[in-house]
Write a protein that binds this ligand. Structure first.
Ligand SMILES: [Fe+2]
Ligand SMILES: [Fe+2]
Length: 371
């Protein structure tokens, strides 16, 4: 039933298939294949496979420095079977008081999770090699991608149990907009998607769980509460961790050729052609820099040592948070909306100092946000 954009021969199942083994060589190759896979079930299956292989050490390289990868698609392949509508034309989901409303909520959640799969592989494919990220970055986002695929899979299975399916209802067509706005800057991508949006998910999930429970759908409530909610905390943690890492690495990096600042300055205000040119130049520099690997490894070690969750690094933390505020104000449309799930955010290492100065007093909890 499942097919990829370019390989209709796939059949859904578990384990490594012949065609899976033949194709991608590096984790970035896998990410590109997954982003080009339209069928959401197959996308999740391939993602699960790629993450498992990577985390078991069966994919030797995150990327091949001698062979620059093509850039990921501007917009990942999506199934034509899911009708997309502009956010303003989306029907209201309701508050879970009826079976119809609960199915609409579930459908919306499955849709969001499916985009989250793409978002996780996009950060790997788009930024991993050009920003020379360490292996732990690939580990973290492979795990996040695997989680998001599992979330999509359990929610779409639950939809089928309730007599519906993913694609039975229209879906929000704005979920890639902020990914597009942050496609040129890893700091912006981490801040907006992997900190702000993941944390917003933590804010609204408890209400969503209560609504399913109050409507008598304990099974969906348990899926959200026991599987999805705790894993979403780790996703926000990954965003915070790597945002902090990048800031600290760029501060301690004397070799500015690969620094975050340079990448931002080079790419931030360029048009599309220049963006591509800058990326190509950066990738080419990386491919040539074989001798710099020891130095890079040392730099990575220093960066990682500084950004372990829970570490107290007061003198650096203020600068990291200031950068976060600047980036969010620039790239996130609108203020952050309380109330915040302070406990879950704290568990992710996302302390109030990071987000409270970006909030407004206005409270808007009734909208069924898709963030
Ligand atoms: Fe998720
Ligand atoms: Fe997530």
């Amino acid at each position: 039933m499942a097919s990829t954009a370019d390989a209709g021969e796939h059949v859904v199942g578990s384990g490594v298939r012949e065609e899976d083994q033949q194709s991608p060589k590096t984790l970035v190759d896998w990410a590109l294949q997954i982003l080009s896979t339209a069928d959401p079930d197959e996308k999740a299956r391939l993602g699960d496979l790629a993450a498992s292989l990577w985390l078991r050490g069966e994919i030797p390289l995150p990327y091949d420095p001698s062979r620059p990868s093509p850039p990921p698609p501007d917009r990942p392949a999506r199934s034509a079977g899911v009708r997309l509508l502009p956010p303003s034309r989306m029907p209201k989901l309701g508050k879970g008081g009826s079976a119809q409303s609960r199915v609409a909520m579930l459908h919306s959640l499955a849709h969001t999770e499916s985009w989250a799969v793409d978002l996780s592989w996009d950060i790997v494919a788009r930024f991993g090699a050009p920003m020379r990220m360490p292996r732990e970055f690939f580990d973290d986002f492979a795990r996040v991608a695997q989680d998001e695929g599992r979330h999509y899979t359990v929610l779409s299975a639950r939809l089928r149990e309730l007599g519906s399916h993913y694609g039975a209802l229209p879906a929000h067509d704005g979920l890639w907009d902020s990914a597009t706005r942050t496609a040129h800057c890893l700091l912006a991508r981490l801040a907006v998607e992997h900190c702000v949006h993941e944390a917003r998910g933590l804010d609204v999930l408890p209400t969503t769980i209560s609504r399913f429970r109050a409507g008598g759908d304990e099974q969906t409530a348990k899926l959200l509460e026991d599987i999805i909610y705790p894993e979403e905390v780790t996703h926000c943690a990954a965003g915070v961790r790597w945002f902090r890492y990048l800031c600290l690495r760029s501060c301690s990096d004397d070799r500015t050729s690969y620094s975050v600042q340079e990448t931002e300055q080079t790419i931030v205000s360029a048009d599309d052609k220049m963006v591509q040119q800058a990326k190509d130049e950066l990738t080419s520099k990386i491919a040539q820099d074989v001798n710099g690997r020891d130095e890079m490894a040392q730099q990575v070690e220093v960066g990682l040592a500084k950004c372990k969750l829970g570490d107290s690094i007061d003198e650096d933390e203020a600068a990291v948070i200031e950068t976060f505020h600047r980036i969010v104000r620039e790239y996130f449309r609108g203020p952050l909306k309380p109330p915040f799930n302070t406990e879950a955010r704290k568990a992710a290492g996302f302390e109030p100092g990071w987000y409270e100065p970006l909030a407004v007093k206005e409270i808007n909890v009734e909208g069924e946000t898709l963030e």
